[in-house]
Design a protein around this ligand. Sequence first.
Ligand SMILES: [Cu+2]
Length: 163
Amino acid sequence: MTNVRYFNLIAIPVGIVMIIIIGGGCGSKIDQTIFVQPDYNELKWKQTEFTVTTGTQVKLVMDNIATGIENVMSHNVVLLVKGDTAADRDALIEEVGKAATEAGEGKEYFPEGHPAILLRTPLAGPGQRTEIIFTAPEPGDYPYICTFAGHWKSMRGVIHVVP
Ligand SMILES: [Cu+2]
């Protein structure tokens, strides 16, 4: 229960998730749903802190309420490994953010396979919603960012996982 493989990651469009839940096909109940939204057309998150309990099933919904143009206001939520201090978390963000910028537009600014990334929501344009369901990892403070087009510099938050 202490490593990345513990995650049960499902990253598919909302419509498909709803069908699965209605059909009862996945058999996992959601303990908590958290909503992450950009602050309209500002490059920051409206909600920057969440608390979840270790081992529970969490649904993270990214609701892109921006109204700007798509290739500027698209967002994802990328959850990173935990960092003990704010400085540790900033260093993780810096590292993944730079890798995202290097990955560039062709890869939708996502550094696939980076060891500090736990999970992500798919990229969502203005007005779109995406979601993922995951099992909350071991206790700690996990930073999250949007990796699209340099947004990581200001789109930051933290998920506190408590025992
Ligand atoms: Cu973004």
